[in-house]
Every structure is written in structure tokens, then in C-alpha cells.
Ligand binder design. Structure first.
Ligand SMILES: C[S@@+](CC[C@H](N)C(=O)[O-])C[C@H]1O[C@@H](n2cnc3c(N)ncnc32)[C@H](O)[C@@H]1O
Length: 374
């Protein structure tokens, strides 16, 4: 029995339309959800609002300003190219920056060093990985940047907050960035600038809106971490080679899933742990032998590997097309979460901008919530 998402029974025509898409169309629509929204309006009239719902201001300044603020490559030691450009774009979108800043979950302080130069201000960084703190402080000393990174678990209850600091975070995950929002509000900090990431990384069983308005609007809506993960499931920046490997891994996992259901005589999914990358240089049989061992499953002497490999390809074909519809909700969901952050800050007396600070190709996590007190 082939697993189908629940909506297929209610929208058989929509399911049929998705299944007849060829590979090029499927990939194109996955990368261009606005076009997909137009196409599925026949069955889902609400999709007509997709464009309006997901259109947000572009907060990027002109390219000359971004280039001026971005660290030169020679000063960006240990800084991956994308991170250098993201840090430059974020700082450029925040100018002017009058208060000293606190870089929350700063890693090696790439953003902190960019900001210190852009703003002519000292920057403190909080980071819990001591190796990153040491490397970051060494880099700051070497380049003479007024940056000081501190070994600090930001989730610590009695955190010492630097009075009057502008809280700043580039891609701090779920609970980490939500803690920053709470700290900023609690200390009446002058400003918070946040580009959120990995909204689903949380200790909570389900998402608890921060703002009063989102709480009221959500009603009985339960957003589990697994649902929220959808907001960040995008491969738009992954190179083609990585996309192909990811697809093959999915296909093999689905092939093994069919095999294990038949061998166990149980029609249920067996979750597999992450597989070692080297397996992808081998073949489907090798992958299944690894998976069977993980699940203490004895394989018979004869297995029709070609049959199960083909089954995996067939399942992947369907899953990828059905997933298109699910993926349509990624950006609206992400915006709903970011707007919840903006609203709680507004409720606390901040003036808030929400928009994009760079193109999606540089990072799909390109939202900026920028809040100024008063
Ligand atoms: C996704 S990285 C972002 C790093 C940096 N902001 C950047 O853009 O390069 C998240 C960082 O948060 C740090 N981190 C995770 N949990 C933390 C905690 N509880 N306290 C402080 N830092 C933490 C990690 O070590 C990592 O450096």
C-alpha cells in the first residue's frame, strides 16, 4: 500500500495535476512558489493571496553601500564567502548604528567585526563554544577591531545583560533568538536587529506565540517543531551536486522503506539515523545493508535489489510532487513567525521594520526584524 498525504482523497484532481509534472517543471515550481500558487488556484482559491501575503519590503541599501560595509576578503580570515557577504548586507541594512552592540551567538564574531567597522562602535559577542571565542578574539586582535567575545551560554537564567546594548543576531536558532527578544524587552534595550533561523529548534512541545495578537489569532492551532521545520526546508543555495546527492539519498531511503515493510510484514515506517556520507559513493545494496544493520533486520540471501531501487525512485517521484504543495506554505509560515516577533516588540513599545536584507540566493534566511525603542 502506497502512503498518500491525507489531502489527496479530498483533492484528487489537484493530486493528478501534480503527479503529471515532469522533472524540470517540478524543480522549477519548487524554486518559484509564486508560480505554483497561481497554478493551484483552481483547486485552492486561497492561494490567490500568496503573492500579496509574501511580499515584504526590501531593506537592502544600494550595492555601493553594501560593498563598502562588507569586510574585504583579505580581512575576512576564516570567514566563508557567504558569511562575509551576509554580515556585510545585514550591517549595511542597519545603518546608522549609534549604540554599542551585543552580537548574540556570535560564533567567531564575523558579524561583530563587520559591525564594529561599519558603526565605529565597540561590539561584545556572546558565544558558548570556547574554541570559537578564542579564535574570534585572536582575529579581532590581529585586525585591531574593537570586538570582545565572551564565553557565555545565552540560555543561562541569570545572564548579565550589557546595559544600553543594541542586541543583534545573525542566524541564531529558535529558542536562542527568542531568548534574545525577551532579554531586549526586559532590559528596555534601545534596539534589536535579528535575522532568525531554525525556528523549530526548541525545548517546547509546540510553538507558543510570543505576542498577544498572534496568541489570539492562533486559537487552537498547534505548531509542532516538526511542522515549524517546514519554514527552513529550502535548498535554494545548495549546489547542484548537493541537490542530486540529497535526492539520491531520499530515493534509497524510500527504497529501503519498501523493503523493510515487506520483510517485517508491518506496514509502518522505521526511522533511520543520519547515514555516513561515504555510503552515497557506493550503491543501493550497500545502503540497505547499512540500514538493515542499524535496525537489526536480517536480510534474506536473495534480495531483488533492482526492484526495490526502482520502487524507491517511483515513491520519490510521487513524494516530490506532493511535497510541492506543502512547500507552498514555507514562506508564509516563516513570515507568520517573524511577524509574531515583530508584534511582541511592538506591544512592548518598539517601532519595528520587517523585510529582507539580502537576496534569497545569498541565504534563504534573509528576513530582518529590526526594532527601535520609542
Ligand atoms: C548558526 S551559528 C551562527 C553564528 C554567527 N551568528 C554567524 O552568523 O556566523 C549559531 C551559533 O550559536 C552558538 N550557540 C548555540 N547555543 C548557544 C548558547 N546556548 N549560548 C551561546 N551560543 C550558543 C553556536 O556555537 C554557534 O556558533
Amino acid at each position: 500500500m502506497l502512503w498518500e498525504p491525507g489531502w489527496v482523497a479530498d483533492y484528487p484532481e489537484l493530486a493528478g495535476w501534480l503527479l503529471q509534472l515532469d522533472e524540470t517543471q517540478c524543480e522549477h515550481l519548487d524554486d518559484h512558489p509564486q508560480e505554483l500558487a497561481v497554478q493551484v488556484q483552481t483547486w485552492l482559491p486561497g492561494a490567490a493571496d500568496y503573492g500579496a501575503l509574501t511580499q515584504i519590503p526590501d531593506l537592502q541599501p544600494d550595492s555601493g553601500t553594501v560593498a563598502r560595509i562588507t569586510l574585504a576578503e583579505r580581512d575576512a580570515v576564516d570567514m566563508p564567502g557567504r558569511k562575509r557577504l551576509q554580515a556585510g548586507a545585514l550591517c549595511a541594512a542597519l545603518l546608522p548604528i549609534p549604540a554599542p552592540a551585543l552580537d548574540w551567538c556570535c560564533g567567531k564574531g564575523h558579524l561583530a567585526r563587520t559591525l564594529a567597522r561599519a558603526a565605529g562602535q565597540s561590539v561584545t559577542g556572546f558565544e558558548w563554544n570556547p574554541a570559537l571565542v578564542n579564535d574570534g578574539n585572536r582575529l579581532a586582535r590581529r585586525f585591531g577591531d574593537p570586538v570582545s567575545l565572551r564565553h557565555q551560554d545565552v540560555m543561562e537564567k541569570n545572564l548579565t545583560w550589557p546595559v544600553g546594548a543594541h542586541g543583534l543576531a545573525l542566524h541564531a536558532c529558535g529558542d536562542l533568538h527568542r531568548k534574545l527578544i525577551r532579554e531586549v524587552i526586559r532590559h528596555r534595550s534601545p534596539r534589536l536587529s535579528l535575522s532568525p533561523c531554525c525556528y523549530h529548534l526548541t525545548d517546547q512541545a509546540s510553538y507558543e506565540p510570543l505576542s498577544e495578537r498572534a496568541r489570539q489569532q492562533a486559537g487552537n492551532l498547534v505548531l509542532s517543531p516538526d511542522t515549524i521545520r517546514l519554514a527552513v526546508q529550502e535548498t535554494v543555495t545548495a549546489p547542484e551536486r548537493v541537490r542530486i546527492q540529497t535526492r539520491l539519498a531520499k530515493q534509497w531511503r524510500l527504497g529501503f522503506d519498501g523493503l523493510q515493510r515487506e520483510l517485517r510484514g508491518v506496514d509502518s515506517y522505521l526511522p533511520l539515523p543520519p547515514h555516513p556520507g561515504r555510503l552515497m559513493n557506493g550503491d543501493f545494496e550497500g545502503f540497505c545493508r547499512w540500514a538493515a544493520e542499524r535496525k537489526s533486520l536480517t536480510l534474506p540471501a536473495q534480495v531483488d535489489w533492482a526492484r526495490w531501487e526502482e520502487y524507491g525512485a517511483m515513491r520519490l517521484h510521487r513524494v516530490r510532487r506532493y511535497e510541492l504543495l506543502r512547500h507552498l506554505f514555507r514562506r508564509p509560515l516563516e513570515l507568520w513567525l517573524a511577524l509574531d516577533y515583530a508584534l511582541v516588540l511592538e506591544e512592548a513599545g518598539y517601532r519595528v521594520r520587517v523585510g529582507t536584507f539580502c537576496d534569497r540566493a545569498l541565504t534563504p534566511r534573509n528576513l530582518l526584524v529590526d526594532a527601535i525603542l520609542g
